[in-house]
Write a protein that binds this ligand. Structure first.
Ligand SMILES: [Fe+2]
Length: 303
């Protein structure tokens, strides 16, 4: 089998209770830009090329993560991934022309622990892609919790083409067909919930300004600021509206196939430290709760 891998996280879709509050937050506080909205959904872009990086949808059920969507090189690659998904035994749908903003070609599926994913290509993307201070470019990684971590990691590597590049404590960093250190991070947890969604800021200054803007809006930093070990990125974590776990990050390490794997012994912190700078306080109790709170929307894999 030829080696194919997804090209990173294109977008995440969330099911929310208070759609208007959510739209106001992501457009005026989190600093994304609305690309399209309907009476019960809204899609946002970052400053990067992706048509949209976040979709939010009205639900009367518990707030949940509807889907994580990966980018693929072209329609033939999407079709090849679909064959792999079918062969893996996961629930899926046939590849199709998409009616979501920007169109394209793709399909959704449910992974072995019940998470919803999609793989898409040929979406109509943006030409204006200059960085803007204080505005996220894209979603650079999503961290998902796994009750069956070995099975989940095996699926990510064998079916979606990820490579394990670092392992630190409960966290496994999975790199794919781009230069970002990791596009999916898996965490050993009791349930297959959403750990957090990480938005790529253009620089440290933007990450810090974002932290201040969030605090002013009533969303204090729940963990950070600090600089991580694996990925070497700076971080601030927040509980957004309806307790969705969000990260502003910057300076994410860029790597290629020569990057060597390191394990938990390599990434051990000195006693009392949780980041490279040695300045971050421990996670708040609220952060510990929200990073294991949001489930995937049951059965919502289909595009
Ligand atoms: Fe992160």
């Amino acid at each position: 089998m030829s080696k194919i891998a997804v090209k990173g996280v294109r977008s995440v879709d969330l099911d929310v209770n208070d759609l208007e509050r959510t739209i106001s937050f992501y457009s005026t506080v989190w600093n994304l830009t609305i690309v399209e909205r309907t009476s019960d959904s809204c899609w946002f872009r970052g400053t990067g090329p992706y048509n949209h990086i976040l979709g939010v949808h009205k639900t009367n059920d518990m707030p949940s993560c509807r889907r994580i969507t990966f980018d693929a090189a072209d329609a033939a690659t999407v079709d090849a991934f679909h064959k792999r998904i079918v062969d893996s035994g996961c629930k899926t749908q046939a590849p199709r022309a998409l009616s979501t903003p920007g169109g394209g070609w793709g399909f959704g599926f449910e992974d072995p622990e019940g998470r919803n994913f999609a793989i898409v290509s040929d979406v109509h993307d943006h030409q204006d892609t200059d960085d803007v201070c204080d505005r996220p470019r894209k979603i650079i990684h999503v961290n998902v919790n796994a009750a069956r971590i070995e099975e989940t990691n095996r699926f990510m590597m064998d079916v979606l083409g990820f490579r394990l590049v670092d392992h630190s404590g409960p966290l496994y960093f999975l790199h794919c067909d781009n230069t970002d250190h990791a596009s999916i991070v898996t965490a050993t947890m009791k349930t297959a919930t959403l750990n957090h969604i990480s938005f790529d800021m253009p620089d440290l200054e933007s990450c810090m300004r974002g932290g201040g803007r969030m605090r002013d809006a009533g969303y204090p930093i729940e963990w950070g600021p600090g600089r991580h070990g694996p990925g070497n990125n700076v971080f601030c974590y927040f509980a957004g509206p309806e307790e969705f776990p969000l990260e502003y990050t910057a300076d994410v390490l860029q790597i290629d196939d020569t990057y060597p794997y390191n394990g938990p012994e390599y990434w051990k912190w000195p006693v009392g430290r949780l980041d490279h700078w040695g300045i971050t306080p421990p996670h708040t109790q609220r952060w510990k709760r929200v990073q294991d709170l949001i489930k995937f929307t049951s059965g919502a894999y289909a595009l």
